[in-house]
Write a protein that binds this ligand. Sequence first.
Ligand code: ADP
Length: 497
Amino acid sequence: ASAALEEPIKPSIQVEHTQLLIGGKFVDAASGKTFPTLDPRTGEAIAHVAEGDSEDVDRAVVAARRAFDEGPWTKMTAYERQKILLRAADLIEKHNDELATLETWDNGKPYAQAAEIEVPMFVRLIRYYAGWADKIHGLTVPADGSYHVQTLHEPIGVAGQIIPWNFPLLMFAWKVGPALACGNTVVLKTAEQTPLSALYAARLFHEAGLPSGVLNVISGFGPTAGAAIASHMDVDKVAFTGSTDTGKIVLELAAKSNLKTVTLELGGKSPFIVCEDADVDQAVEAAHFALFFNQGQCCCAGSRTFVHENIYDEFVEKAKARALKRVVGDPFKGGIEQGPQIDSEQFEKILKYIRSGVESGATLETGGERLGDAGFYIKPTVFTNVQDNMLIAKDEIFGPVQSILKFKDLDEVIRRANNTRYGLAAGVFTKNIATANTLTRALRVGTVWVNCFDTFDAAIPFGGYKMSGQGREKGIYSLKNYLQVKAVVTPLENPAW
Ligand code: ADP
């Protein structure tokens, strides 16, 4: 655990791209302004990045609109677009290590996770949607009367996309993959904490032959650049991933401007339910992973660990031992399971929730404080005796803080698991298929993982019930987000008039 105190390991590459990518060119912000992007290991600047604002969003939308209206993107065959996406995936695969390095440097996640999970999933997702590009088509519709009726599935136009900092590359892929496969053009804003990897990835799309203006990337802040996208009159659709509060703002801006369609992937407080008959060792490991993966910075984190009373004591003892064993340190070092939190704001917020847990009477089993005195490292923290009405059981903490709650029977745990404004995901651990079926049907969430957690695949849809969002991303479901349906009605014979 002392790894965090050592000198930070020097990344193996230099930062190449810090400008905005508009109309196929790297350019400065219109204002000339820049902002520092920080290394979460130290809090010090990695690079200064162009700060996009509404004027830059305007420029990017003009470029995207032109690329949509005039082509060549929308004039290409679907097969040509598919080949460009497949070439982009090949290049991303080839530059796996550079992308993973930028990701770890900017975000603080363990390098092995960036290199072996996030970038490969990026590649897989782009290939998955490339596969769809030439398989998108409408229907022939049997209408009453003598009409030939068909539907055309057309791209929506300019898609605005606003992404968060917890999985910068994966969120880029979830957004850009389906949008481009359906033939849209894109203006994407990265999170201000993590602008670097998307600029590099977008360059690779251009090297793969993506025409200028099809994919524009703006670095910048939410209330300025982000709001400019959400409220732009010439953006046809906005897709947002981030907090529920910001999602409400985005929906409101979209409604007040041009009623652009909106997809939202927002916060969560996902239950992880360990039933009486579960294998305790496996459940402990899965519950640990469900919460602590990615420094606890997952919208679907299993942040309410419900454990049946008959196995509660054994589970608690083992969960605590597992958290104590978790290896925290410099994310560039081999064998590290947990790096620093993203920034000082999140770091302070997490420590505040930990204090609130203690003050409200939960038992702090382990952790509960920062690790080292530099950067944003937090010790893996486990609370037991957590009650439903405590803030740590209600709010999204977005950090390495596990809350363990005790339950007696299924009806009770269903009621308590659903008693939240969120509905993103749930984990269920049981050997009994009837119990699994009961829980999967009763839980009001977008994903239920049974005897597993965080199993992501390009084909599996992801999204939330209730205040966890609107719409689904990934899989066939995401195509709908980026397509319009046009009905074309033609009389079979010349009308009599
Ligand atoms: P977090 O609290 O985890 O940083 P946010 O929801 O604030 O989550 O951020 C997610 C994304 O939304 C980021 O790209 C951020 O810049 C952007 N954002 C923040 N505020 C706004 C806003 N008012 N309008 C549009 N986008 C915003």
